[in-house]
Every structure is written in C-alpha cells, then in structure tokens.
Design a protein around this ligand. Structure first.
Ligand code: NI
Length: 207
C-alpha cells in the first residue's frame, strides 16, 4: 500500500527512465474514495521542469478523452499542485474557452456571499450536486513556461478554479455541499430540477 502523504515530488522524475516513451498518454482517473484524493498535494519545486510539461500534456490528453472541463494532478494519482481547466475567460470568448494551466495555484475570495450551481467531477462519475461557491475570486499561479498568472474570475470561471484547487487540498465537491439531498445521478435530472435547487439558484439571482 502506497502512503500518499509521504510521496516526494521527485517520484515524477521516474518518467525520465523511460526516455523511449515520448507520446502523450491517457492516465487513469482516481475515483472518490481513493487516498490520493484525500491528501494535500505537494508544491512543485520547479514549475518549469520538463516533467511538469509532460504531466500537463498527459493531463490534457486525459481531460479531453474524458470530456471534462478541468482536471487536477491528484485526479491522475500525482500528488503535485498542478491544475488545468478550459473555460471561457470572458463573455466575448467562444463556448469552449481557453485552456489555463496553473502550477502552485492559490485563491483569494473577493466576496463573502455564495452562489449555488451544479457541479460534476470526473472523480465522482455519473453524479451532479448543487454546490455553494464564492462568485468572485482572485487567483495566482505559474504556468509551465514560467509566466506568472494573476487573474480575477467570476461566475463559472471562479467556480471551476475553486473546484480544481479544492482537489489539491483533498476536497471533492460533495464535501462543499450544504444539502446532500441535492446530490443526484445526472440521469435523474430528466425528471426535472428539484424545487429546493431551483429556489437556491433563484434566491441568489434575485439578490
Ligand atoms: Ni473534480
């Protein structure tokens, strides 16, 4: 049994031994209950290291294959502080949005109130839940090419960043919910949105 809280970031460098393997890879996604999803991931010592680029390549391939909007390194069994997500960064952007890669991200909440909206997660397959999140945040991080990121995000963008960064601290979205009756199998949404969910979402919109 691997002890995930004792793994050193250097384990990632084992990939160098396999220098004949250079293609991107679709990685296995950890599901709720796996210990790697419970630990606080380690800071990346060298965000510009080639191993980080390789990890990000594989995460991107994995996220696209799984049709996800975001992915944290812990979700692919790598306990390092790396997230990727693809969201429209402003209203002018096209539906699919830009890809953002953040190494060692941090978040500052800019409002005290919360907004409710549905979230899903590749580590919690088939379910969706209504999650309260801060609607406006500022986040920082570094890209794998060493660019400092300092961004203010609102709405869906802010939600995705909080969801992904939560993964790095061992939290899954159901742990952020305040009404577990609003954790549903996605398929059951065909029967309509629960009244309580509608009320919570409208309350916020009315403010
Ligand atoms: Ni997730």
């Amino acid at each position: 049994m691997i002890s995930y809280d004792k793994i050193e970031p250097r384990w990632l460098y084992r990939r160098q031994l396999k220098s004949h393997i250079t293609a991107m890879a679709i990685l296995k996604i950890a599901r709720m209950g796996h210990p790697v999803l419970r630990v606080r991931a380690h800071e990346v010592v060298d965000p510009r290291g080639p191993q980080v680029l390789k990890l990000v390549d594989d995460m991107l391939e994995t996220m696209i294959d799984a049709d996800g909007r975001g992915l944290a390194a812990t979700q692919v069994h790598v306990p390092l502080r790396v997230v990727i997500f693809q969201v429209p960064l402003d209203e002018d952007e096209e539906k699919n949005g830009s890809l953002t890669i953040l190494v060692n991200p941090s978040i500052e909440k800019l409002t005290k109130e919360v907004e409710y909206d549905w979230e899903a997660c590749l580590s919690v397959p088939e379910l969706i839940g209504l999650v309260p999140r801060c609607p406006k945040i500022r986040y920082h991080g570094t890209t794998p090419v060493g660019v400092k990121v300092d961004c203010i995000a609102e709405g869906f963008h802010a939600r995705v960043v909080q969801h992904e960064c939560d993964h790095l601290d061992g939290f899954l979205y159901p742990q952020r919910m305040d009404d577990m009756s609003l954790l549903l199998f996605r398929e059951e949404m065909r029967n309509g949105i629960p009244d309580e969910a509608r009320r919570l979402m409208e309350d916020v919109d009315a403010e």
